[in-house]
Design a protein around this ligand. Structure first.
Ligand code: GLN
Length: 476
């Protein structure tokens, strides 16, 4: 049953939320030992919340658009009193004193969180292999990664553990695992979904967004979490989510651009696999047949995104992660002086990839290198913004692959960080520009693994991405 169907059945009293939640918890208990999508399953509180929903339904109360729908929450979002780890040892034992705004909104809509999902430590990675608690496996093939960093939420939805999941996307961490796991994943416009209670990685890029098995469920989830939040100073005012309302509008007359540089064109990003490019081309044909006006378009600066991102994101991370000092949160490894205690804590608490990012970031920000690295990256970011603004004068949405390849084998890319970083070459542009983008499953690769196609739109046109994705879903 889809999330929308569950909510309708629970609201109508045809199925109890308790029965729905129990069935999903049962599945998790059976299969999560081999997948490891979850860092923590909160079965007891999930059952209590489900029972409370059933009690409200029985008194005739209207519970909400996601009544009784099991939900997976990425373990970098604060949940009051419930351990929140970012899959890092440094947050060991820490329990947030408050809920993230998205968590509150989803609970108010009737969704039932069944637990906290695995991720690459502090959301830095593309495979969940950088989790301090061990990797998550791809439900379609246990020898493959689910992608990352939100690999746990993607795997939870792909395995049918939960109809819905939430993740965060700083450089592709919702869309890339969605593509690898064959589910829908969407990164909203920066500022459309509140970041309050999302543990910061790179604050100018981080956005929370939905995972679901189909586009309609993803749109329903998006409509619940989007909207202004006074607790997040970067939250956009007056945004009225309308993704579900626009879903059936089709693409007749829509102007759709295929970004050459991200779709195998000359001078574009290298390393895009032939099967992924073939599925993308087929998706474009589907849209043309459905009445869209399709044309190729060049966004030259999109090839520079990866380099700019790996300066901007680590720079911001190096600042954000300074707060894990052995005093304020979680882990402390004692030492004779405060600086020695902090050093010992950070040495023991952070994994290799997080340390690498902190070092890259502090280097890029240091006197003498700031202009050459961080300053240059900001210029590239501005250039990308103006390039995309120009393209969106002629196009309503853009299409590109989500990832260069299908899901790879566990261990295949952990030795050389650069081979891991290139996973996000097609997703990063939307983070640097702050624009919305969705990944929708579209066929499979030569290895039988899912392929994701990406739909990009200008700022605040989030609903358009769902609308186009719905057409692709119907055809695939
Ligand atoms: N894979 C990218 C990184 O490692 C993006 C991560 C993310 O979006 N959180 O930084």
């Amino acid at each position: 049953m889809s999330a929308i169907e569950i909510a309708a059945a629970v609201s109508a009293g045809e199925r109890s939320a308790s029965e729905v939640v129990d069935a999903h918890l049962e599945l998790i208990a059976q299969r999560d030992p081999e997948l490891h999508a979850y860092n923590l399953v909160t079965a007891e509180s999930a059952r209590a919340e489900a029972a409370a929903i059933d009690a409200r339904v029985s008194t005739g109360e209207v519970v909400g658009p996601l009544a009784g729908v099991p939900l997976a929450v990425k373990d970098n979002m604060c949940t009051k009193g419930v351990p929140t780890t970012c899959s890092s040892k440094i947050l060991e034992g820490w329990r947030p004193p408050y809920d993230a705004t998205v968590v509150t909104r989803l609970r108010e809509a009737g969704a039932v969180s069944v637990g906290k999902t695995n991720l690459d430590e502090f959301a830095m990675g593309s495979s969940t292999e950088h989790s301090a608690f061990g990797p998550t496996r791809n439900p379609h093939d246990l020898s493959k990664v689910p992608g990352g960093s939100s690999g746990g939420s993607a795997a939870s939805v792909a395995a049918g553990f939960t109809p819905l999941g939430i993740g965060s996307d700083t450089g592709g961490s919702i869309r890339q695992p969605a593509a690898f796991c064959g589910v829908v994943g969407m990164k909203p416009t920066y500022g459309v979904v509140s970041r309050y209670g999302l543990i910061a990685f790179a604050s100018s890029l981080d956005q929370i967004g939905p995972f679901a098995a189909d586009v309609a469920d993803a749109a329903a989830l998006f409509d619940v979490i989007a909207g202004h939040d006074p607790l997040d100073s970067t939250s956009i005012r007056d945004f009225t989510p309308s993704a579900s309302a626009m879903l059936d509008e089709g693409v007749d007359g829509l102007r759709i651009g295929v970004v050459k540089e991200l779709a195998g064109g000359p001078g574009g990003v290298p390393g895009l696999a032939a099967d992924v490019l073939a599925r993308t081309a087929e998706a474009v044909e589907v849209l043309a047949t459905a009445g869209a006006l399709v044309d190729e378009v060049s966004v030259p600066s999109s090839t520079l995104g990866l380099s700019a991102y790996y300066l901007v994101a680590p720079a911001e991370a190096s600042s954000n992660l300074a707060r894990y000092d052995g005093v304020r949160y979680g882990l402390r490894v004692d030492g004779p002086t405060t600086p020695e205690m902090t050093t010992a804590t950070r040495t023991a608490g952070f994994g290799t990839e997080v340390k690498r990012r902190i070092m890259l970031g502090t280097y890029a920000l240091s006197a003498g290198y700031y202009d050459a690295f961080y300053g240059k990256a900001l210029k590239v970011r501005t250039m990308m913004l103006s390039d995309f603004a120009r393209v969106y004068e002629d196009f309503d949405v853009l299409v590109a692959p989500t990832t260069p390849t299908t899901a790879f084998e566990l261990g295949a890319r952990t030795q050389d960080p650069l081979t891991m970083y290139v996973n996000d070459v097609c997703t990063i542009p939307s983070n640097l520009t702050g624009h919305p983008a969705i990944s929708v499953p579209f066929g499979v690769g030569d290895d039988g693994m899912p392929v994701g196609v990406q739909v990009l739109a200008p700022a605040l046109h989030d609903a358009q991405t769902f609308r186009v994705a719905a057409v692709l879903e119907a055809a695939s």
